[in-house]
Design a protein around this ligand. Structure first.
Ligand SMILES: [Mg+2]
Length: 195
């Protein structure tokens, strides 16, 4: 019998399995003494008018002090299903600094206990896409990354957020923006991608 070749899925971490944004916004509010609205783009520093190194420092602090509350249900169901079906290791790809590797591994081990995974740390400013040669699907919350994936023929799944709206979703047939509906995504992947 012919073995089904399941397409490989790569997972981003922040905004996909780790919901670090609310706590980072609260921390930035505390640092600046301002009430901050949820950003509408990924360029938090420009939009919130806060120095980039302060924004980055706040994100890194939140990643370092990870908590169990930051696990996002969106990815958990999908990862369990994908691993159960394919028996593959879960491949995470992230722009987190490598200096936070220990905390990142601790968080992931807590979030998906018993499921083997590997993490690739892409240097800040580098594109994830060039690393994803054999991957057919990328789950990532950043719009620019989804657009780059689409251009490279990779299907992009974006958990819906305030900062990743597509100007014309109908122009992007390979990008799926999904809000808290992993069951719909799983249905889609089973149907279209045979996971
Ligand atoms: Mg992300």
């Amino acid at each position: 019998m012919e073995k089904t070749e399941y397409p490989k899925i790569a997972f981003d971490i922040d905004g996909v399995i780790a919901n670090i944004f609310p706590r980072t916004m609260r921390l930035l509010g505390k640092i600046t003494g301002r009430k901050l609205n949820p950003p509408t783009t990924y360029y938090f520093d420009a939009e919130l008018d806060i120095e980039r190194k302060i924004v980055r420092g706040a994100f890194n602090q939140v990643i370092f002090d990870w908590t169990t509350e930051e696990v996002m249900e969106f990815a958990i169901d999908l990862i369990h299903h994908y691993h159960w079906k394919t028996k593959r290791k879960i491949f995470f790809i992230t722009n987190r600094p490598r200096s936070l590797e220990t905390e990142t591994r601790q968080f992931l081990t807590m979030a998906i206990p018993g499921i083997p995974f590997e993490v690739t740390f892409v240097p800040h400013g580098d594109s994830k896409i060039s690393i994803l040669n054999s991957y057919k699907i990328l789950v990532d919350d950043r719009r620019q990354t989804a657009l780059e994936a689409e251009a490279a023929g990779i299907i992009a799944i974006m958990p819906e957020t305030t900062y990743n709206k597509l100007p014309k979703p109908e122009d992007h047939p390979r990008i799926f923006r999904i809000k808290n509906r992993p069951e719909k995504l799983i249905e889609y992947l089973i149907d279209k991608c045979q996971i």
